[in-house]
Each structure stands twice: as C-alpha cells, then as structure tokens.
Design a protein around this ligand. Structure first.
Ligand SMILES: Cc1ncc(C[n+]2csc(CCOP(=O)(O)OP(=O)(O)O)c2C)c(N)n1
Ligand SMILES: [Mg+2]
Length: 356
C-alpha cells in the first residue's frame, strides 16, 4: 500500500495517465507535419483529474467536455483510434472527420461530446442529468469545464437549475489559472474563489490539487459520493496547469503572459512523475513492470497514429451528410463530374435528395 491506494491501483492510474500524456506528446511532435489540420488544445500536465475521477464512475454515467477534451474522452473509455483519426479528418474518426479535436464523441461509453464554445456543454450536461433523474436511473452526469467557463452566463443558469431540481450532476472545474492569455487575477476579484461562486449558487463544493494524486483521489471520491449517495449537485475546483500554449503544440512562456518560474513550479509538481516515483519507491522489481506498461502503451499509441494515417478521407459525396447548416449559394454537389449547386441539381433533375 502507498497511502490509501494499493500498488495495483497506482499502476492502473499510471498506465492511464501515461497513455494520455503519450498520446498528446505524439500529437505535439507530429503536428507540424500538417496532417492534423484542426486547432488542438493539449492538456499535458492536467491529465490526473479525469483519470482519477474515472475510478468512481460507471460506464452508464454521462460525461461531456470542452475544447480541451482529449483526456476526458480517453479517461471515459473513448476509442483512441477514432480520436486520432478525427484529428486527421478521416472517415474513421469519431465525428466522421468533420469535427476535429474539439468535437469528440463516443456514445458507446456515454461520452456525449465536446464543444468549441466555452460554456456550451454545461447546459447540455445538466440536461443529461435531468434525463437521468426523470428516467429514474442511478446515472450521474459529469460536466468538465475550465475556469473561464464559470464566467459564462450559461454556467449560472444551468448550475441554478441543477440546484433547484436537485440533479445528479458533478461540475469538474479544471482551474488552470488561464483563459487563453488572461490570468484569473485579471478576471476575478482577488478575494473571491470559483468555489465561493459555486457555493453561492447552492452547489456542494470541493477544492483540490490536481497534481497531488492521493489528495485528488480523496477529493474526487468524496465529491462523487456527494452526488451519488447524498444526491447533491456538486462543484469541484481542481487546481491544475497546462504546460503548453493555449492552442497548439508549442511552449509559449516566452511571449510574456506568464512567468517561466510559475511554469517551472507547476512542472515540478508533475503528477505523472510523482506517481511514478511513488510506485518505484515500493520495491526494486517494480521498474521492470512499469517499463512493460510503458512499452504496451506506446505500441497502442503508435498503432492509433498508423490507423489514422492509413484511414481514408470521407468521400466528397458525403460532404453535406451529418451537417446542420449550409449556405445554399455556396453549396456544391461533388458527386457529379462538374459540381453544381444542390439547388441547380434539384431544379434540373427534380431529384429528391436530402443533403442536410
Ligand atoms: C463563448 C466563447 N467565448 C470565447 C471563446 C474563445 N475561447 C476559446 S477557449 C477560451 C478560454 C477558455 O478558458 P477555460 O475555460 O479556462 O479553459 P482552458 O482553455 O483553460 O482549458 C476562450 C476565451 C469561445 N470559444 N467561446
Ligand atoms: Mg483555464
């Protein structure tokens, strides 16, 4: 035993955090090749919260997330190959190549989607909690959000509704201190925390350090129990830090919106490294078993990239399937040799074709 976690549990957590870290490091190293054409928000440094939370979730529970959602999707059990293929815009992607990094979904594991619009997934997650309650299920709904999403009107409306209706919802706020380049200090009064705001709405609240594996485990365990057993809509503020730029694969401390010393302070608290050190302190022979875990994971990651690279792009004739809006003046039907607008095609051929 290390703290209250068994060695088996620690190794399981390590494998899953290592997987997410490796996937995102690989995205970062391959990004400049230009094959992943979507904007990509990495959460390197922030991975432990969703992985530890997953220890207390069931497959039936819902989860919904944000523009920075790779870790949330993978922690919930989202298909890795389909995620990487999505970043490559391929037909085998989880959104059939139409969504990219910010639109991940895997309904098989009740990962209900991610969105580029800050705060947008919050009311949807509360709606999922309402459906769970109305259908008399034991499901809970997990809503991942960033610190900036707490500043959106949608948060207040949805959080208030969840309190009024006592919904089985848990707001997991990953407070990484920044909204793009703006520190919280520039956005909130110094004497008010995000947890205070949530408390004021009537949510049950918890605060924790996302880099402290044991503390994070205890906090999330209690928070999930508060939703599941005490039936209280709950808000968890987890302090964390993104290592790389807001959007893209690079480090950007040199541009001046945050200090290198701040970055180093957080990097020194790397949850993956701390976890590895804890496991290694358990005995001499453990190093081999960690190496084995790492090798298996890296094979899995490489094969996901191979899968994505080898997958076909969606056929041009399907360009208007599964989309909700189009500009009729600018829409071409690529299924014909000489593309015409859909309106022209309908006019000329009187086909009954539904493109939207
Ligand atoms: C409604 C809306 N406003 C602004 C933006 C531009 N934007 C994209 S991400 C982001 C910052 C979000 O910060 P936070 O919620 O803390 O998440 P983080 O990026 O730190 O993970 C902003 C302002 C947007 N996408 N949607
Ligand atoms: Mg943030």
């Amino acid at each position: 035993m290390v703290h209250s976690l068994t060695l088996t549990q620690l190794k399981r957590l390590y494998k899953r955090i290592f997987l997410i870290r490796s996937v995102e490091e690989e995205i970062a190293s391959r990004y400049s090749a230009g094959k992943m054409r979507c904007p990509t928000h990495l959460s390197i440094g922030q991975e432990s919260v969703p992985v530890i939370l997953e220890e207390f979730l069931n497959k039936e529970d819902y989860a919904i997330s944000t523009h920075r959602g790779h870790a949330h999707y993978l922690a919930k059990g989202g298909n890795l190959n389909a995620m990487i293929a999505e970043l490559y815009g391929k037909e085998t992607g989880c959104s059939k190549g139409r969504g990219g990094s910010m639109h991940l979904i895997d309904l098989k594991v009740n990962f209900m989607g991610t969105s580029a619009i800050v705060g947008n997934s919050i009311p949807i997650g509360v709606g999922l909690a309402l459906s769970a309650q109305l259908n008399l299920t034991e499901r809970i709904s997990v809503i991942y959000l960033g610190d900036a999403a707490v500043e959106e009107g949608a948060f207040y409306e949805a959080a208030n509704f969840s309190v009024v209706r006592n919904l089985p919802v848990i707001f997991i706020c990953e407070n990484n201190l920044y909204s793009v380049y703006s520190n919280l200090q520039a956005r909130q009064p110094s004497n008010r925390s995000l947890t205070d705001l949530a408390l004021g709405i009537g949510l049950k609240t918890f605060t924790g350090d996302g880099c402290d594996i044991k503390g994070c485990y205890e906090t999330l365990k209690n928070a999930v129990s508060s939703v599941r057993k005490d039936k209280a809509p709950t808000f968890v503020e987890m302090k964390t830090y993104r290592w790389r730029e807001h959007c893209g694969p690079n480090y950007d401390n040199h541009i001046g919106y945050r200090a290198e010393s701040e970055f180093l302070k957080w990097q020194n608290k790397d949850p993956l490294k701390r976890l590895k050190d804890k496991i290694l302190s358990e005995g001499n022979r453990i190093n081999d078993s960690l190496l084995k875990i790492e090798k298996t994971v890296l094979t899995q990651v490489n094969s996901a990239f191979d899968f994505a690279e080898e997958s076909p792009f969606p056929d041009a004739s399907t360009a208007y399937s599964d989309v909700y809006a189009r500009d009729p003046n600018n829409v071409k039907d690529f299924s014909t040799a000489n593309p015409v607008t859909i309106e022209e095609k309908l006019y000329h051929k009187e086909d009954k074709i539904c493109y939207i």
